[in-house]
Design a protein around this ligand. Structure first.
Ligand code: SF4
Length: 376
């Protein structure tokens, strides 16, 4: 397959991914594409057994038509207004791109660098291929401005080689990098589009298509659990939050990082400042005036006006505020993710939901009572 042929697998190279303004209120000449766009949306959402482009779509000789089909498929997903579906479609698409890139490297050993560079550029990554080292190279600045690669250890600087102000990346890692960056930018773009579409009067066929997709998705994947709309269930809190809350209730003077974790976690679940203060009121050094100011600051109601994020698990492990490394917590990345997953498990009837480290928690509480338990 020639490079030009291979590039047809990446329709976003030929478009900015957006449909002409007003297309979704009146499909016009795009209407014949709707059935195929619906099929494509199902693939992206993981609702179809077939992955990638089906043979009928491969026959498109006109790249612009192929690009319009993709844009319409994404538009149908955004028209549902469902953020979870948007994330699923972005994930499905970025995974397809990564697999296609890897297959290109396998089947087109001379031409794949050009494909990677073109696809990378369309995703916003400026890189060149070094035939001697067989690595893609980009300036440190280009690397530092990339969004969406956080959280993937193999894409972090310590795992890559840096020499002469250039970051060198092996082809398989470059494919993963393109995939993550595309996923991030696509999700951002589609979420923005979804917000704009909320007020629009959609074409009846688009509306019907979006409703079909939404109902198929919720039947197959279950309803989204939005943790902010559920009453917080303390038994499903992550072990670290449960542990530090218990310590505070026992009157222990817990470290600053544990207080920060508990306060930001509760605020993120929409606890009010007064409700959060009740958790802290049993600590020995409690001073309502100071505590209120600090919690209001964390909530974004004072000082910088910025609401503070809940720290990630790796930060909490480093700080010694993580208290569990079993079950869900072995590979956990964020306390809010633990809480969300525990709620989903509970709703699915899992009696063990939220029970990670329950034994060691009670052991810690009733026996040794260490001040700063750390992950083993
Ligand atoms: S792994 Fe994360 S959620 Fe689990 S106890 Fe540690 S910090 Fe908390």
């Amino acid at each position: 397959m020639s490079t030009a042929e291979a590039l047809k697998k990446y329709p976003f190279l030929f478009t900015q991914g957006a449909l002409p303004a007003g297309s979704l209120t009146n499909l016009g000449e795009l209407r014949p594409l709707l059935p195929k766009a619906l099929a494509r949306s199902r693939q992206l959402l993981g609702l179809s057994l077939r992955r990638g482009l089906d043979p009928s779509q491969r026959k498109y000789s006109d790249e612009r038509e192929m690009a319009a089909l993709h844009a319409l498929a994404f538009a149908l997903v955004t028209a549902t207004g469902n953020r979870r579906m948007i994330r699923a479609a972005s994930w499905g698409f970025s995974k397809e791109v990564e697999l296609s890139l890897m297959s290109d490297a396998l089947h087109n050993p001379r031409g794949f660098p050009e494909i990677y560079i073109r696809v990378g550029k369309a995703a916003g990554i400026e890189a060149a291929f070094n035939w001697i080292t067989q690595r893609f190279e980009m300036s440190l600045l280009s690397y530092l401005v990339l969004r969406g690669i956080e959280g993937d250890p193999k894409l972090m600087l310590p795992q890559l080689s840096l020499a002469g102000g250039k970051v060198a990346v092996p082809p398989n890692v470059f494919a993963a990098m393109v995939s993550r960056v595309l996923r991030y930018s696509l999700t951002m773009k589609l979420e923005l589009q979804a917000n704009e579409l909320r007020r629009a009067e959609l074409d009846p066929d688009v509306k019907a298509g979006a409703e079909t997709l939404a109902s198929e998705f919720s039947r197959r994947k279950g309803e989204e659990v939005d943790i902010q709309t559920l009453s917080p269930v303390e038994s499903l809190f992550p072990p670290c939050v449960k542990f530090w809350v218990s310590e505070m209730r026992r009157g222990v003077n817990v470290p600053h990082q544990a207080r920060f974790l508990v306060a930001t976690f509760l605020l993120h679940l929409d606890y009010s400042v007064d409700e959060v203060l009740r958790f802290f009121s049993t600590t020995p050094d409690y001073d309502e005036g100071i505590a209120r100011y600090q919690v209001e600051d964390l909530a974004g109601e004072k000082g910088s006006g910025k609401k503070y994020a809940v720290p990630r698990c790796d930060t909490l492990r480093t700080l010694g505020a993580c208290t569990c490394r079993e079950g869900l917590c072995v590979h956990m990345t964020h306390p809010l993710l633990y809480y969300r997953l525990s709620i989903e498990r509970k709703l699915n009837g899992d009696k063990l939901a939220g029970s990670e480290c329950a034994g060691s928690l009670s052991r810690l509480l009733h026996l040794a009572r260490p001040r700063r338990p750390v992950c083993p």
